[in-house]
Design a binder for this molecule. Structure first.
Ligand code: RIB
Length: 297
């Protein structure tokens, strides 16, 4: 098996996480029972997740010049992600205020900070994209940057996975460069106007797609006519934050290794399940052995 070479273009946030019995309503204060502050952001999570799942991974993104930026760089680098090209821009780093209830559900407010200033990829950054097996991107940075990376990847033969999260519109130029779209129900609804019962609607946008359904598994669909439901992996849910990141990272790694696509989705589902067993984003991302332990071929 050849090790996957992944490049992630995306966000990095400091996640300030509080867990309590339930999520507060507007204007309400609820007493919580747990607190952690951990690196997060969909981009950084997927980069760390890819390394833990067995890939070599470079992360392209932007940190602020504040102390959160220093900590984020140290933690992402310590996770063996290549941060050579990680930018620093003057001002605040991205921050995510994460609240988690007793069922492991969350509500997240992200202030993008430096992520919003991650624009216009340099020639060196584009070379990293062109040299990878798989580009993985999300929508927590300017969509123009994601489009630029995806178009360069497509032209170079680097496969493109877009995790279209958080939910927002995706320009046609970006969709045209995507090989595999990963979305949850909310994101699918926004992009296609169709919900969980019509995953094939995603094929009007891209050649292959995965619709994740949390505790109900995932659908894989492609333009070769395949529509396969992958069942959920039962685990006790502590915190669902970053489950989609663990899923997308593992899917990219498996695809880059040449695994068959439905098998790759099954392995990714095991990664998502492994992630929800711990509180916090990056600290919960599973290693390859943990994924293998929950994977059923
Ligand atoms: O996908 C989970 C991530 O979303 C969190 O780490 C948080 O930073 C938000 O970006």
């Amino acid at each position: 098996m050849r090790q996957s070479r992944i490049v992630v273009v995306g966000s990095a946030n400091m996640d300030v996480v509080g867990a309590g019995p339930r999520l507060p309503r507007p204007g309400e204060t609820v007493l919580g029972n747990d607190f952690v502050m951990v690196p997060g952001g969909k981009g950084a999570n997927q980069a760390v997740g890819a390394v833990r799942a067995g890939a070599a991974c470079t992360f392209l993104g932007a940190l602020g010049s504040d102390s959160f930026g220093v900590t984020l760089r140290a933690r992402i680098t310590a996770a063996q992600v290549d941060t050579t090209h990680l930018r620093v821009v003057y001002g605040a780093s991205g921050v995510a205020l994460v609240m988690v209830n007793a069922a492991g559900e969350n509500a997240i407010l992200v202030t993008p900070g430096a992520n919003a200033a991650f624009t216009a990829l340099t020639e060196a950054e584009l070379d990293v994209v062109r040299g990878a097996d798989v580009l993985v991107a999300q929508l927590e940075i300017p969509v123009e940057t994601v489009t630029e990376a995806a178009v360069a990847a497509r032209a170079a033969g680097t496969r493109v996975i877009l995790n279209a999260a958080p939910a927002r519109q995706v320009p046609a130029e970006l969709l045209a460069a995507v090989d595999l779209l990963v979305v949850n129900e909310t994101e699918a609804q926004l992009l296609t106007g169709r919900g969980r019962d019509e995953p094939a609607a995603l094929l009007t946008l891209v050649p292959r797609a995965v619709l994740t359904l949390g505790g109900e598994g995932a659908w894989y669909v492609d333009r070769d006519g395949r529509a396969v439901h992958v069942p959920p992996v039962p685990v006790e849910v502590v915190d669902s934050t970053a489950a989609g990141d663990a899923f997308t990272a593992a899917l990219a790694v498996a695809w880059g290794e040449g695994r068959e696509m439905v098998d790759a989705v099954r392995w990714a589902a095991a990664a998502g399940a492994a992630c929800v067993r711990r509180l916090g984003a990056s600290v919960a991302l599973p290693r390859r052995a943990e994924i293998d332990a929950l994977y059923t071929p």
